[in-house]
Design a binder for this molecule. Structure first.
Ligand SMILES: C[S@@+](CC[C@H](N)C(=O)[O-])C[C@H]1O[C@@H](n2cnc3c(N)ncnc32)[C@H](O)[C@@H]1O
Length: 262
């Protein structure tokens, strides 16, 4: 393991210990237009719900990086068997407010404490983005290992060319930090739909499909003015499928969603 790898793994957890309360608060809010987090999550949720609707009754589910347990609680309500893996102690503390604490274990996608071919549905929402390329590959192989044949994987990633300019901004920040010596906050792994699909096939997934979600410039508008962001979100809402998931536009969406089977 090189030192950069160690750093990205460690920061992926530390940054969530630092921000866990903010996540908990976002999930408590119900207006999707006044928060780019909730607006983006609305579309991730829509795709996630479609996967859940394909599961057999009582299916076994694994939430990787389950955070405050919001998705686990929904699966439990619907009668599914669900467990979560969460390396951040603060996130686990808050997850215990949403689901029974013994359903969430400390652990990592890099070494899942789960038997081979035992899970119908594995999902990792906004997790792989914090890990570097080698850890992404290792985590994907672990998911293939624990999924039953035909089992479903749902994951979200960061689009390299998202129209909010996140990657370009990150590069500028990195440059500024090199000059000032200020530390980087965490690693961001950027992907394109086609190269990510190739990586997932190489890890052993089949029927890999990429989906774009959220018209990314909304994030910039929200930063400029929350009222402007909210007003623009109301306008884009009805056109999201076209703006974010229409073939040529997919690489520019704010979220990159993967749905695959073992
Ligand atoms: C942005 S949060 C998302 C939480 C939750 N999935 C959600 O959508 O609300 C990312 C989560 O990944 C967790 N995480 C970080 N490194 C991880 C690893 N190696 N394995 C599994 N989860 C990890 C973090 O602790 C954090 O809770």
């Amino acid at each position: 393991m090189n030192s950069d790898e160690k750093w990205s793994r460690r920061r992926a957890v530390e940054v969530h210990d630092e921000t866990a309360d903010g996540f908990f608060a976002e999930y408590r809010g119900d207006n999707i237009f006044d928060s780019p987090f909730r607006y983006g999550r609305h579309f991730i949720d829509r795709a996630w719900v479609r996967c859940v609707s394909q599961l057999p009754h009582g299916a076994t589910c694994l939430d990787i990086g389950c955070g405050v347990g919001a998705h686990m609680a929904r699966l439990l309500d619907q009668g599914f068997e669900v467990t979560g893996i969460e390396p951040s102690a603060e996130m686990r503390r808050l997850a215990a407010k949403n689901v029974p604490a013994d359903l969430v274990s400390d652990g990592s996608v890099l070494q899942l404490p789960t038997p081979d071919s035992s899970i119908d549905f594995v999902y990792a929402i906004e997790v792989f983005r914090y890990l570097d390329t080698r850890d992404n590959a290792q985590g994907h192989r672990e998911i293939v290992r624990v999924l039953k044949p035909g089992g479903i994987y749902f994951g979200t990633y960061v689009n390299k060319w998202a129209l909010d300019g996140f990657r370009q901004l990150s590069q500028l920040r990195m440059l500024a930090r090199r000059v000032t010596g200020a530390p980087r906050r965490y690693h961001v792994e950027f992907e394109t739909p086609s190269s990510l699909c190739d990586k997932l096939r190489a890890a052993g997934f089949s029927q890999v499909k990429a989906q774009g979600a959220m018209f990314a410039p909304l994030r910039v508008l929200h930063k400029l003015s929350p009222r402007l962001g909210a007003a623009a979100s109301r306008l884009t809402m009805a056109h999201e499928t076209w703006l974010s998931d229409h073939g040529p536009f997919r690489p520019f969406a704010g979220h990159l969603i993967i749905i695959a089977r073992r």
